[in-house]
Design a protein around this ligand. Structure first.
Ligand code: PLP
Length: 368
């Protein structure tokens, strides 16, 4: 089977470094929010050119604690995309605010800025764009709209560590940004983790307080917070991955470009076309086709794994029934949910395996 992502291979390539550092953590006697976490926060802030990075337990918490730190809650609205992983809107709902969805762009699959303005009300507090599949959203336009309307911009950069927009790293483009270190993410650990990025000292301090039960002095609590801390073991693993991430992302881009070149002439599928001015880091390589079911079944019969991201838009999720959205509200997002599928891509896929995927996709023209 050619897997969608080969995580085992990723960690095996750095096994020796990992074992040394994991033993070091074992011997340190400090296992949560210690020197490794501090080093990771410093190094990520430096790499992104921002002032603060605050590590938390996962990407969902990064979003939740950031929204909470901005005081966003009951009665507030946050504008976001209906085409993302559920955690994006879940965090908004979790703090008591209401997600307000806006359709996406058919080329980039990201929040379409021209649709944002008409959704802004007195209750709107923030825009939460997602850099889907490793490609930055149109941040200049989003920031301009936010500035004109006094809104906060929080980037959901969970899928896009290392991606760039006009030469600037994602994560440095809004008021705050959130990354996930879930294993499959471009920068991932062997477990859960996440981080909040901001250059606002007040927000950084609030997230630091929220992640340890709303406490600044141990056993004294100013507010209701969370238990959302990063482990030393994960920070140690991530520090090693951080040394490799630029090389890994370079390989992802090479593999993505190879697919694009080899597949663009096929009529029954459409390959993604990255926008100008961005550096796409291909968290996932998603192809569009009206024949998704037949093609993915054919690839499966050839032992090639595929994945559907995402089969159900956020506005049509059962849990959001009460928000009153119906099928047809966001035609682009809904079309993407019916037509997109991901094919194997990670930094480690071999030329032979990529050839096999390309060949199988060519042959699949016969089955549609
Ligand atoms: C993975 C992901 C999250 C959530 O991150 P976890 O670490 O799994 O909690 C949020 N938003 C997007 C777009 C993601 O891909």
């Amino acid at each position: 089977m050619i897997p969608l992502v080969n995580l085992k291979k990723q960690f095996e390539t750095i096994e020796d470094e990992l074992l040394v550092e994991m033993r070091r953590v074992l011997k340190s006697g400090q296992y949560i929010l210690g020197p490794k976490v501090e080093e990771l926060e410093r190094r990520i802030a430096e790499k992104l050119g921002v002032d603060f990075a605050v590590a938390v337990a996962n990407g969902t918490d990064a979003l939740t604690l950031t929204l909470d730190a901005y005081g966003i809650g009951k009665g507030d609205e946050v504008i976001t995309t209906p085409f993302s992983f559920f955690a994006t809107s879940e965090a908004i709902t979790r703090v008591g605010a209401t997600p307000v969805f806006v359709d996406v762009d058919p080329q980039t699959f990201n929040l379409s800025p021209e649709n944002i303005k008409e959704k802004i009300t007195q209750a709107t507090k923030a825009i939460l764009p997602v850099h889907l599949f490793g490609q930055s959203a149109d941040m200049d336009e989003i920031n301009r709209i936010a500035q004109e309307n006094g809104l906060v911009v929080i980037e959901d950069a969970c899928q896009a560590f290392g991606a760039e927009y006009k030469g600037e790293p994602v994560g440095s483009l809004g008021d705050a940004a959130c990354f996930s270190f879930f294993p499959t993410k471009n920068l991932g650990t062997m477990g859960d983790g996440g981080i909040v990025i901001t250059s606002d000292p007040v927000i950084a301090e609030k997230v630091r307080t929220l992640r340890v039960h709303g406490s600044r002095t141990k056993y004294y609590h100013e507010q209701i917070g969370y238990n959302s801390r990063l482990d030393e073991l994960h920070a140690a693993i991530l520090l090693i991955c951080l040394d490799h991430i630029d090389g890994w992302n370079r390989k992802r881009r090479l593999h993505g470009e190879r697919y694009r070149e080899e597949l663009f002439q096929l009529k029954h599928i459409q390959v993604p076309k990255p926008s100008l001015n961005v550096q796409h880091v291909y968290h996932l390589f998603c192809i569009k086709s009206d024949h998704r079911k037949k093609i993915t079944e054919y690839l499966d019969s050839r032992n090639i794994q595929t994945g559907v991201y995402y089969p159900c838009c956020l506005h049509l999720q059962e849990v959001y029934k009460d928000l009153g959205y119906v099928k047809g509200d966001f035609p682009v997002a809904e079309m993407l949910s019916q037509t997109l599928f991901a094919i194997p891509l990670d930094p480690f896929i071999s030329v032979d395996d990529q050839d096999e995927v390309i060949q199988a996709l060519r042959e699949s023209e016969e089955v549609v």
